[in-house]
Design a protein around this ligand. Structure first.
Ligand SMILES: NC(=O)CC[C@H](N)C(=O)O
Length: 318
């Protein structure tokens, strides 16, 4: 029987709203701690152009590490497979900002979604673009087909002023020769990119190429199918840091999280889902957003591991 996605998302939002008291907002970036933590939003974007929303799905929030998806895609467009000589493809089993593996593994980060890996990706973009954060922003504008997205300058400044940990990671990798540019310039670009503000609806729509085997719905090719599938594989195994196994178990979908409280999930061949709520668990992942995506997957049956999914009336979203 087809599902009514509007009703489903409204029910999910009502339930998620009751979970928004649990956890804590990220306050190691002071500007992030100023957000109202009781907010929840969810958006589902289909490859057929459909969009379903509930809660504050149109309100912009700090995308933080979800930006690593766009930076990685841009770097892959430019560098291709050469990128994998400088960054690995293994889950780290460590927090997103950990340094511990870097010494043993000689400055090669485990994957592009931990901070160390994302700093290498930013370094690649710094070699390619005079204003790398602009390049990431313009790339997002091309994906969306509109220029509605901006960097939140206050969040960028706030993170840059408190970036000792990322600075240490960058210097350490540079000592192994795996960072080519100046640490200061890489951190400027990285903090600005993390401070991009987008809504659930915008994030879901901008990342549809990940569900579309590398193509946005209006047909533009962003990335070749193999590279796109590999990004999805990395999201499944590394997108939620040391909670990636738990996320794969609970949701059965590739996901990417950020300490702003956003979580993006991909249903290959069909749709993307983005949920947002600022309070995080100990691994830095939003509690209410994770619960919402888990429930959406359970109620619709979407999973990359098989089964019949229940789609909306009229068969929209693929
Ligand atoms: N997990 C995250 O979202 C971390 C991003 C954040 N800008 C940091 O570097 O700490």
């Amino acid at each position: 029987m087809p599902l009514n996605f509007d009703k489903l998302l409204a029910a999910i939002a009502r339930h998620a709203q009751t979970l928004t008291d649990a956890g804590a907002v990220a306050d190691y970036i002071p500007a992030l701690a100023r957000v109202d933590p009781s907010q929840f939003g969810i958006a589902v974007a289909g490859l057929d152009g459909s969009l379903y929303c509930a809660g504050v799905a149109q309100r912009a929030f700090s995308i933080q590490s979800i930006s690593k998806l766009f930076a990685l895609t841009l770097a892959l467009q430019r560098e291709g497979d050469a990128l994998w000589q400088r960054v690995g493809r293994e889950p780290s089993g460590t927090p997103f900002n950990s340094l511990v593996l870097l010494e043993r593994e000689r400055g090669i980060p485990r994957n592009p979604f931990v901070n160390a890996g994302a700093l290498v990706i930013t370094d690649v973009l710094c070699q390619r673009y005079l204003q790398p954060e602009r390049a990431v922003l313009e790339f997002i504008h091309r994906l969306l087909g509109r220029s509605t997205v901006a960097v939140d300058a206050e969040v960028a400044r706030s993170e840059r002023a408190h970036s000792d940990r990322n600075s240490a990671i960058a210097h350490f990798m540079r000592s192994f020769g795996n960072l080519r540019g100046q640490v200061g310039a890489v951190l400027d670009a990285y903090c600005a990119q993390c401070a991009i503000a987008m809504s659930c609806a915008e994030l879901a729509q901008a990342s549809l190429f990940l569900a579309g085997d590398g193509c946005q719905p209006r047909g533009a090719r962003v990335l070749d199918p193999q590279a796109t599938r590999r990004i999805n594989a990395l999201m499944l195994t590394c997108g939620a840091y040391d909670a990636a196994g738990d996320f794969a178990f609970r949701m059965g979908l590739p996901t990417k999280t950020g300490v702003g409280g956003g979580i993006l999930a991909v249903v290959p061949g069909r749709m993307t889902i983005c949920a947002w709520s600022p309070r995080l668990d100990a691994t830095g992942n939003s509690i209410a957003a994770a619960a919402a995506i888990e429930r959406f997957a359970a109620e619709t049956g979407v999973s990359i591991f098989g089964g019949e999914a229940r789609m909306p009336d009229g068969g929209r979203t693929g």
